[in-house]
Design a protein around this ligand. Structure first.
Ligand code: HEC
Ligand code: HEC
Ligand code: HEC
Ligand code: HEC
Ligand code: HEC
Ligand code: HEC
Length: 457
């Protein structure tokens, strides 16, 4: 055998001693440490990639585990026109996609086949508009859902029934994704995200391969050490050498106190901590659904909906600067100097003006001070409708925060939204440049919309 010859050839004592010690202490110890480290690192990578994509995977439905096709839903949608479905998709993306995907559980359940589970379209619409009320009404299925998810989905009472129906029509047309769709980028326009999921599949493969290699290496090491010690046991050795050889193959005490092992443990703690922190930041201070009672019963449904008063008439800041501005009592007086003077609610406006105190409106939307958001950049330059971010305000009696307003929410849109380049020479050049390198339209991401300093002071 190779080892035997090798060992005989060398002058015995020195060589073997160093050989054995190396093998036992260093090789085994550090190989195990290295192996552990690789394993832990790759598992964490996969876990965090998957959780990040799970959060973002709102429009792209890429699971393949659901084979039950939505044929019943497809029938229901057979009558719906493409315009209705397009409207449904827009409403879904704007209001539901933070929490739902069609074929995949996100914050809330996968929505395919929901109508079947509720029994009828009317019951489904009613639940979507008033989830809390439905759950508390004693409906057994609603109760079961609540027990599983432990939260109330926010009310969607600002939607008309037809709008919710359009969302349901859209949902029933979303095809069950197949592996091929995930691999090629799909047709939902969320190419980047689907690529991400495919990526994490690849990562998983790499990790499995790594683990296999590590197992083989460990096995070879164990065999090597035992062959070597068996051989040496049969040789005549000096006393101190004998103790080294007959020691157990793996010295646990030395292993657990070795700097390598302590390093790995510290590394794991730091990595897990960082991941938790990251996940926490993603959802920090979420106040979706917040709808405080205001000091005056001011109704957007009446003013902006029924009387169609332009948002900008009252929120005069939206095109000029950072803040949209809440109108002062004087703005109300433009109309209420005459209109419904006797009403007790209107009386409150007079009181405020007489005492020269502002009306104490309770703020609904509120980003922390460390972040910077500018209305004119989004409304005027970006050409984005108020409703994209604030929901159907003109249907609300009481203003409610519809969007998440988290950093993930801002960034998700910046990844997906095409820059509005109409009549803007500056963008014409940028777009030409961009088109020479990419087939995708120019996104906010491409003009620096993901840079920390753009949103943080
Ligand atoms: C803030 C997260 C959130 C948003 C936004 C949201 N949902 Fe939900 N949804 C949930 C949760 C959580 C549940 C589970 C039921 C519960 O606990 O209230 C749910 C349940 C449902 C169900 C019942 C599913 C089933 O399997 O029976 C439907 C249907 C539904 N949502 C539709 C919608 C639609 C349509 C929208 C957009 C207009 C929407 N949801 C927006 C969180 C949300
Ligand atoms: C007649 C004046 C008026 C019009 C028109 C109006 N608003 Fe308002 N808006 C107010 C007042 C007053 C408040 C503060 C009280 C409240 O929150 O209801 C407010 C609050 C808001 C808030 C919440 C602000 C916060 O505290 O975070 C949003 C968002 C909003 N309006 C959007 C709109 C949109 C979008 C439109 C057009 C569809 C619109 N408003 C039309 C007067 C108006
Ligand atoms: C462009 C005109 C206009 C402006 C500006 C306006 N309103 Fe009105 N408001 C109306 C009209 C129209 C009605 C409905 C009157 C009716 O039902 O007879 C109304 C009704 C109301 C009512 C219900 C009164 C009641 O008791 O039925 C309240 C409260 C109210 N407005 C508050 C406000 C406040 C607060 C502001 C300022 C932020 C404001 N309005 C600005 C036109 C206006
Ligand atoms: C791209 C998303 C987006 C669009 C589009 C948008 N808003 Fe906002 N709006 C926000 C955010 C985010 C806040 C919270 C800002 C903060 O706290 O600094 C906000 C806050 C507000 C407020 C509270 C007062 C203030 O300025 O902070 C009002 C009122 C308002 N928006 C009205 C409007 C109106 C009216 C439009 C349409 C002309 C509109 N918004 C369009 C995201 C948007
Ligand atoms: C509905 C989509 C949407 C959402 C949500 C959104 N943005 Fe934007 N944002 C845009 C668009 C579109 C532009 C590009 C405007 C332009 O052409 O300059 C933009 C531009 C910006 C810019 C300037 C970037 C640059 O490179 O000049 C900042 C800063 C910004 N957004 C901050 C925010 C913050 C903070 C939030 C979340 C509170 C947010 N945005 C949410 C669509 C969005
Ligand atoms: C498109 C805008 C945008 C970009 C780009 C952005 N952020 Fe944020 N960030 C926000 C908003 C908005 C919040 C507040 C979210 C909330 O309150 O839920 C936030 C919150 C945070 C917080 C949490 C602070 C706290 O309240 O504890 C940290 C930390 C942070 N961002 C770091 C970063 C870093 C680092 C980058 C660059 C890689 C970055 N952000 C890029 C918009 C942005």
């Amino acid at each position: 055998m190779l080892f035997k010859q090798l060992l005989i050839q060398k002058s015995y004592s020195d060589r073997i001693r160093s050989h054995k010690r190396n093998l036992k202490r260093n090789v085994t110890g550090s190989a195990f440490c290295f192996a552990l480290m690789l394993l832990v690192f790759s598992t964490i990578t996969v876990l965090s990639t998957q959780s990040v994509y799970a959060q973002q995977d709102t429009t792209a439905q890429t699971t393949t585990d659901e084979t039950a096709a939505t044929t019943d839903g497809a029938d229901a949608a057979a009558g719906a026109s493409p315009e209705v479905i397009a409207q449904g998709k827009e409403l879904f993306d704007g209001n539901c996609a933070q929490c739902h995907a069609v074929h995949k559980k996100v914050v809330g359940p996968a929505l395919n086949g929901a109508e079947g589970r509720w029994g009828s379209r009317a019951a489904t619409i009613n639940f979507i508009k008033y989830p809390e009320r439905t759950i508390n009404s004693g409906n057994a299925y609603a109760k079961k859902l609540y027990d599983e998810y432990q939260q109330y989905m926010p009310n969607h009472d600002f939607f008309k029934d037809e709008q919710v129906a359009a969302i349901l029509d859209y949902i029933s047309t979303v095809p069950v994704p197949t592996a091929a769709v995930a691999a090629t980028g799909g047709d939902t326009g969320g190419g980047g995200q689907e690529g991400g999921t495919a990526n994490s599949g690849l990562l998983l493969g790499i990790v499995i391969a790594l683990i296999a290699i590590l197992l083989v290496v460990a096995l070879v090491l164990v065999v090597l050490t035992s062959v070597l010690s068996n051989y040496l046991k049969r040789e005549k050795l000096e006393e101190d050498e004998n103790t080294v050889v007959t020691q157990s193959i793996f010295d646990f005490k030395a292993f657990f106190t070795s700097p390598g092992f302590i390093g790995v443990v510290l590394f794991v703690l730091v990595a897990v901590g960082a991941k938790e922190l990251f996940a926490g930041l993603w959802t920090i201070g979420v106040q979706q659904g917040y709808a405080p009672t205001q000091p005056i019963k001011f109704s957007h449904k009446l003013h902006a909906g029924l009387y169609e008063i332009d948002c900008k008439f009252c929120h005069s800041g939206v095109e000029k600067g950072k803040s949209a501005v809440i109108p002062s009592a004087n703005v109300c007086m433009n109309c209420h100097g005459e209109l419904r003077r006797g009403s007790p609610e209107i009386q409150k406006i007079y009181n405020a003006i007489e005492k020269n105190e502002p009306i104490q409106w309770v703020r609904v939307h509120n980003l922390p001070d460390l972040s910077y958001f500018n209305h004119s950049q989004h409304v005027k330059v970006g050409g984005i409708e108020c409703q994209t971010c604030h929901g159907e305000i003109q249907e609300m009696e009481v203003v409610q925060q519809v969007s998440l307003l988290t950093m993930g929410w801002c960034i998700n849109c910046h990844r997906q939204w095409d820059v509005n380049a109409k009549g803007n020479d500056y963008y014409d050049n940028l777009i030409k440049l961009h088109e020479s390198t990419s087939k995708e339209p120019l996104k906010v991401e491409d003009i620096g919309g993901l840079e920390c300093s753009k949103c943080h002071y």
